[in-house]
Write a protein that binds this ligand. Sequence first.
Ligand SMILES: [Zn+2]
Length: 386
Amino acid sequence: MGRLFTTSVVGSWPRPPWLLAELRRKNKGEISYDEFSAIADEAVLLAVKYQEDAGIEVLTDGEQRRDNFYSFVADKLEGIKLMTVAEVMDFVEDSSRYEQLLRALDVPAFAIKSPVVVGPVKKKRPIALDELEFLRRHTKHEVKVTLPGPYMLTRASWIDPVSRAAYWNREELAREYVRLLREEIIQLRDAGASFIQLDEPTLTEVVYGEASKQTFMCAAIFSKIDPKEELNFATELINKTVKGIDGVRLGIHVCRGNWSTREEALLKGDYRPLIPYFQEMKVRQFVLEFATQRAGELSVFKDVSGIEELGLGVINPRVREVESPDSIVKKAEEAVKYFDPDKIFLNPDCGFGTFAESPVNTPKTAFQKLKNMVEAASILRKRYGG
Ligand SMILES: [Zn+2]
């Protein structure tokens, strides 16, 4: 049996204010990506130190070089342009309704600058290999690398008619992303990543975002969707992306939005409608929210086969109260009914700073939460004989 209740994180860590100042300079074109990245090295070291001191076993670089979990690809890929809502809205019919919705949902303006495909998509630099190489030089821990999933990327960045000149339809663009992500995953594995996580948060939106609430990401509102068709499409893209790749733990992260500390602004609904699709996806781990009540009960896994590992969300990154080790143990024990202890990872529900400009917690609180999670893991290991 492997390690029990391995501790990890979902991805992002709050960025220090001085890094945000440099990020703004980069976004204005005052410094290059490479200059920014060299400055961000220091922030990565801080994020690593916090995680190591908390005792986390599989850590990330805190996504310090990214402005958020998906639009950072504009720095990495040719053919993608970051567009403001105003720019994108030139292409949609009912823009006033869209603006109203964004306000009602507490989506901050910076979060809705969306990557839009405007030409053939090609790598101008690695998507994440540069991040991994730096991280590996500065920690002896196992490391996780997060990548935007192929479905989310396609859904967010193909906008009719701007993208049509380069890719006639979404499917064509999706094929390009699958190819690029596969290549990146193989390089990351060869460079020593132990866990590669594809972020597909919009899967819950497909199921639970009413038409009027599809503002999870800017572009999402523009696609009219049939949930079943979308979930099949997502499953197919994920499987094509990971097909035949072994020697590294592959996972999918799904949540319900992480841009606001107002829980009522975020989506709600359990995993039941997604489970048949999870069962088809050829990945080892599902990294899922469970600390927030909006994610429903773990009993959705009752009598469910074909899901190997669970990355169990046991702390809510968006609330200030620090979960006690006992409450984390209790949550993990619910999961033990459905998964063996060596198939359960403990992690927060999502990142602590998904969007650079709006971290959902302070480093100090995030650190304390991780420490308690590590303490819970050690209680659980004693109890379950690791
Ligand atoms: Zn998330």
